[in-house]
Design a protein around this ligand. Sequence first.
Ligand code: GLU
Length: 322
Amino acid sequence: MSKIRGRFAPTPSGLMHVGNAWTALLAWLQTRSQSGQFVLRMEDIDGPRCRPELAAAALADLRWLGLDWDEGPDIGGPYAPYTQSERIRLYEAAMDKLLEHGALYPCFCSRAELLAVASAPHGLSSEGPTYAGTCRHLSPEQQRIRSAVKTPSMRFKADDSASIRFEDGISGSQVFPPGAGGDFVVRRADGIISYQLAVVIDDAAMKITDVLRGADLLDSTPRQLLLYEALGLPAPRFAHVPLLMGEDGKRLAKRHGDTSLAGLRAAGVTPERIIGWLAYLAGQLNRFEPLTAAELISHFKPHLIPKEPITIHDSLMKQLYN
Ligand code: GLU
C-alpha cells in the first residue's frame, strides 16, 4: 500500500495560536501514526494581510512545538514550490482548463448586489450567502459590453443536479443538497485566485491523500469536490476536527487573551505543556500531562477526537500555564 500523505496549510495572516497548533498537531499525528509523509504549504495568496515574516514565524513556531515535515517552503521537495504565491501559474492553467470545459462564467455583480439578491439565507456559511446565479445566463454580447466597463470575477457553475456526498473521517457521512452554496468564485475581480481553487490544485499536485483541517472548512469540501471532478483529479479523504471555542461560544481568538504560541512561549509555557494540553483536549490522554509530539505518535487514536466544538473554559486555559 502506498504511503499516506497529509499536510498542514496555514495562512500567514497572523501569529500561530493554539487553534492552529491543534489542527497542525492532529494532522501531523494522523500522518505520522501511519508512517506517512507530511507536507507544509504556505497559503499566502489571500491578499495583503499575508506577510512573509508571519510565514517564517509560523514555521519556527511549528518546529518549536516539535512538529516536522518532509516537504515544505523551507526545505523544498518534489512538488515545490510550497508557497502559493509562487504557484499562480498552476492555478491559471487550471482556470484555462475550466474555461475550455465551459465550467466558468464572468460575474459582474457588485458586493451590494450580491447581498441584495442572495437566493437563500443559509448558503454554505463559510462563504456568505448563496449566489442567485444572476450572471450565469448573460449572452456573450452582454458579457462583452459589461467587460468593457468592469473587470468581472469568475464563477464556477456548481452542478445543481446531484447531491454531494462524502465520508468525513470525524463527522461521518455528509450529504449536501444539489448545487450547495451556489456558483462560487474561483478568481476574484482583482485577479486573486480563490482559496477553493488553489487548495484543490495544490492538494492534487502534491498528491495529498488525507486532508485533516478545522470544521470551519467542512462546508468548503462540497465545492472542492466539484472542482476535483471538473478537473478530472482524484479527491483526497477528508477529516474535519472540531474548533476550539472561547467561553462566549465564539471561536478561540485574540479577544480570549493571548493564545499565540509566541505569547505562550514568552510567558514560559513549554511546547510539551501545549502538546499535552492539546492531546488531552483531543481525547488522547486521560488527564493533562506534558509530553512531546513524538511521544504521542504510537498512541494516536483518531476515533477518540471529540466531534463537537470544544469550549476552553478559563480553568482549562489556566492549566496551560501552571
Ligand atoms: N489555509 C487555510 C487556513 O489557514 C486552511 C486550508 C485547508 O486546510 O484546506 O484556514
